[in-house]
Each structure stands twice: as structure tokens, then as C-alpha cells.
Design a protein around this ligand. Sequence first.
Ligand code: GLN
Length: 304
Amino acid sequence: MNYQAILEEIHEEVLDLLPCGTVATYIPQLATVSPQKFGMAVQTVGGEIFHVGHALEPFSIQSISKVYTLTLGFTFEGEKLWTRVGVEPSGSTFNSLVQLEYEHGIPRNPFINAGALVISDILLSHLKNPQSSFLEYVRQRANTVSIQDDPQVARSERQAGFRNAAMANFLKSFSNLSNEVEEVLAFYCFHCSLSMSCVDLAKGFLFLANKGLCPWTNQQILTPSQTKRVNALMLTCGTYDAAGDFAFNVGLPGKSGVGGGIVAVIPNRLTVAVWSPGLNDKGNSFAGQYALELFTTKTGVSIF
Ligand code: GLN
């Protein structure tokens, strides 16, 4: 398959769409990014990498980081993890509060904000130096030391993040946070503030296409069965209340972030990462999702 030619065709086709979405403004620092950015990268299990556009430029990965917090938390807790967070799609926006009350403080899944806050709490309980250990974990997955957090983005989210603060307090009232609310929020904003490029993300998710084995460090990060579970969660919950639409149109497990990134996995074959900051009304990259749809259509490869 000539992936480079396919990426170039997709790049051409999406250029007209770039003004269509809306750059996230509720985290003020994210609003400073140009909506004209577009990058896409493919990393194959066989070791080849292909990319187009701004695929080497780091951007705020936001909720894509929740895949890494989940995989690390899953490693620490095993199946016990699922007593504190569910595995069902929420059908609600990523920052919705309503289900939490009905469901007694157990978030529907680890990718909505409430679920990710619980996972942050779990990591704080296991790691002596949570920020540096987490950063190191992500760098190792992507085989690069250049990945950084962005303190301005984290501060911007911390200052404007009233809903997440409400959610963390609510979780605490149900005894589903062990650490202090302030600490959990600070770590959550830290992991959402990591900056990575499409190339970093395509490389950094390869273990999920490779039965849990990180090819760069040769470490078994998850068992094949755990890898299946994380990919299943990305398929059903990775794009929130648009997960059905994403599965229908793209046909891959994927995880989005409000920085405009999306990473998708084709087990045993490849990962594909895309970045375009304009978002649709569900908070997923508008052109990014369309580019992934073109990718599975043009290659004829999806999980279905
Ligand atoms: N940090 C963002 C928030 O909590 C992450 C949301 C996202 O990327 N969908 O709102």
C-alpha cells in the first residue's frame, strides 16, 4: 500500500474544510492556535512511518492523554480498576455532570472527564513523582525525549476549569477520589497539557496496534487481552457522544482531544494520527475525523 500517496491525496482533499470547525476557546490558551494547521502520520507495525502537512509540529494532546493514564492505571490496578470506573459509552458530552449523580459517583468510562479524574487519582496513589513518571512513560511509548508538558495550557485550564472542579468535588463526595481534589485537578490538567506531534502520537500508540508490546523499548505494556479492552473502549467511548458516528464513518478505535488531535488504531497493522484544531459540535476535530474517514475508505482497511 502506498500510504504516502494516500496521505498526500487526503491532505489535498481536506484543505477546503479547515475553516469549517471551531477552535476550542473554553481553555483560553487553546484559542491561540491557527485553524489552518493540518498534519497526519501513519506508523506501521512493520516499522515504516509516513507523514504530511504539519505532522511534526507539537500540539496540545488534551484528552488523548487519557489513553496513557488509562493504560498506566490498568497496569497498576488490573481488573480492580473497573470497580471505580465503568466501560459503557456515556452518550453525553465529555464534561457532563448529570450521570454521576444517578450512578453514585462511578463515571461511565475512563475517557469522559469524570472517569479520567478517577484515573488521575489512581495514578497519584501509585506514583511518588506522578508528573515526571507519567511524562517519562509517554516519552518511552513514543521513543522520544522531546515531549514536554505546557505549563501555560495547564494553568489556563486550571483557572477556567470550573466544571472539572465541580466534578472532582462531586467524585470526592462519593468517596471515589482518595487524594485531595486540588492535587487530582492539578495532575489532570498536567497530563492534558502534554504537547505531541502527529508523528509522536502515531509512534506512541503503536503498542496498541501491537498486542501491547512497545516496539521501541521491547516492553510488554499491556497483555494482549488488556490491549483488546483498551481498543474496545476507544471504539465505544473514545470520541464521547460521537462514538457511534465515528465508528460508522471511520470504523476504527480512536481517541480525540479538544486540541484537535485524533489517534486511531488498526490492530496488527498500523496507527494513524491526525491534527486539525477546528472542532465539530461534539468537540472532535472536524477535518481530522473526515481525514480518517478518507483514510479507511481509500485504503479499504478498517476493523470491520
Ligand atoms: N482538558 C480537557 C477538559 O477537561 C480535555 C477534554 C477533551 O480533550 N475532550 O475539558
